[in-house]
Write a protein that binds this ligand. Structure first.
Ligand code: SF4
Length: 457
């Protein structure tokens, strides 16, 4: 199904404050509306959204061939801290405690570390989780140490061949960079995540890359993100050979075991596929192999949950499950024990760890699908509230130009990405004219076009 952007009636951000009573209801309604709220669905049932991106800058020190940023990204100003703090209040209003806030950009490490420390502290104070999304270049050990001390929970490194890092010719070679980044984060109490864009230039490397992730006990979460035709990046449409199924097969080849991406759902099945594994000593075993059991546990957790918080309190709910449904809890524990034993000699060689594997299928800017937009679990914080990430990426300039309004004792002030500072006037400047952009500010397809014009003349 292909809907044009104009046909979709749900493109507006969700507003600066949540006005309903059940924070999970909007996502649940969206999933129910498109038949995606089955027995394995966790979104809308246990949480109101998976994460919200807080873009702290549009600047980046790389120029990825599939970057989602706008052509005008390098012509914008960073949001003042007061704007970012106001957006955190909005995020908390919509999604409550427990939501994961992604400090992202651009690359967030281009901001002062002091700004990021303030944000980490504030996110912690609100009872939310923070995740630094970075290409890692400036995320030194000292930088991460400061953020960890300020309350940072997770660090997600984006490393792949779309970044054209000098001297690296394959994903396997890039594993040296990944390992260096893992070492930088080790011992700081941070959960380590990795993001990889899947495109024609690395699809044949996927099994080797997946095997690398399987064998890193420090890595808790691995995300494979399929090429999407959106943003300033030089590469455009995804080749037909890259599908959810082909990526699943490649990842399974790397983990050397079936991964059961269909047992538990995190949002729309055409957007996200999730698998969970136990790993030890170079072996992996899927923990979702028993669909029936997985879905019974999900149903039972829903029944025993008190539903007081926006996000499931997993520890308290599991405890209640043990008390109220002891036989089911026993079956689940026996299943996990059997999974662990199947790791065999791996248990002698390395630590037992859990790992989550995601495959994300972001939509192209000109092919948004209404049902997927309405049941999105990845939001971006805009001036006017959270908005689906794919919808946001399809019209980034429109949202960068929208003004944040801050109400203070001295009256309202406004800010948008075309202004360096807050203004007392609601009338904000427009984003710069691309034809007048200095060449050093061009990236992605515009930079390539400029180069081609120069070569031709
Ligand atoms: S996709 Fe690449 S260029 Fe774009 S923000 Fe991320 S690291 Fe920077």
């Amino acid at each position: 199904m292909k809907d044009s952007t104009h046909d979709i009636p749900i493109l507006a951000p969700a507003g600066r404050r949540f006005t309903g009573t059940d924070r999970r209801a909007p996502l649940r309604d969206g999933l129910q509306g498109c038949g995606e709220y089955g027995a394995g669905q966790t979104a809308g049932r246990f949480y109101p959204v998976a994460c919200v991106a807080l873009e702290v800058t549009q600047r980046c020190n790389l120029d990825c061939t599939l970057c989602y940023l706008s052509d005008r990204a390098e012509m914008t100003y960073d949001p003042p801290l007061s704007v970012l703090l106001a957006r955190l209040v909005t995020i908390q209003s919509h999604y409550g405690e427990g939501v994961s806030v992604q400090l992202t950009g651009g690359d967030p490490t281009l901001r002062k570390v002091e700004d990021l420390e303030v944000l980490c502290r504030e996110i912690r104070r609100f009872g939310m989780r923070s995740c630094l999304m970075t290409n890692g270049i400036r995320a030194s050990r000292a930088f991460l140490t400061r953020l960890a001390a300020a309350g940072l929970d997770d660090v997600a490194f984006h490393v792949d061949m779309t970044q054209e890092r000098s001297g690296f010719h394959s994903e396997v070679e890039l594993n040296r960079v990944r390992r260096k980044y893992i070492d930088r984060a080790q011992g700081l109490g941070l959960r380590v995540l990795f993001n990889t864009t899947v495109f024609e230039g690395n699809v044949s490397d996927l099994p080797d890359l997946a095997r690398f992730f399987r064998d890193q006990p420090e890595v808790a979460f691995v995300s494979f993100q399929m090429q999407a035709d959106t943003g300033r990046g030089f590469l455009r449409a995804r080749p037909d050979t890259i599908t959810q199924d082909s990526v699943i097969r490649a990842v399974e080849a790397g983990y050397e075991t079936p991964l059961h991406f269909d047992a538990a759902a995190v949002g729309h099945s055409r957007c996200n596929r999730y698998a969970g594994v136990l790993t030890a000593g170079g072996r992996a075993v899927s923990v979702l192999s028993n669909h029936h059991l997985v879905q019974r546990v999900i149903g039972a957790l829903e029944q025993v949950e008190d539903g007081r918080e926006a996000h499931l309190d997993i520890r308290a709910s599991v405890l209640r499950l043990v008390l109220r449904r002891p036989l089911l809890a026993l079956r689940a524990a026996a299943h996990l024990l059997a999974c662990t034993l199947r790791l065999g000699t791996g248990l002698l060689r390395g630590r037992l760890r859990r790992q989550a594997i995601f495959i994300h299928n972001f939509m192209s800017a000109d092919a948004l699908e209404a049902d997927r937009c309405a049941s999105c679990v990845f939001m971006v914080a805009t001036a006017n509230g959270p908005l689906s990430m794919c919808v946001h990426n399809a019209e980034r300039d429109r949202h960068l130009q929208a003004s944040d309004r801050l109400d203070g004792p001295a009256g309202p002030q406004w800010w948008n990405a075309a202004s360096r500072n807050l203004s007392d006037h609601a009338d904000m400047p427009g984003l710069g004219d691309l034809d007048l952009a200095p060449i050093k500010r061009l990236k992605g397809q515009l930079k390539a076009r400029h180069r081609n014009r120069k070569d031709a003349s």
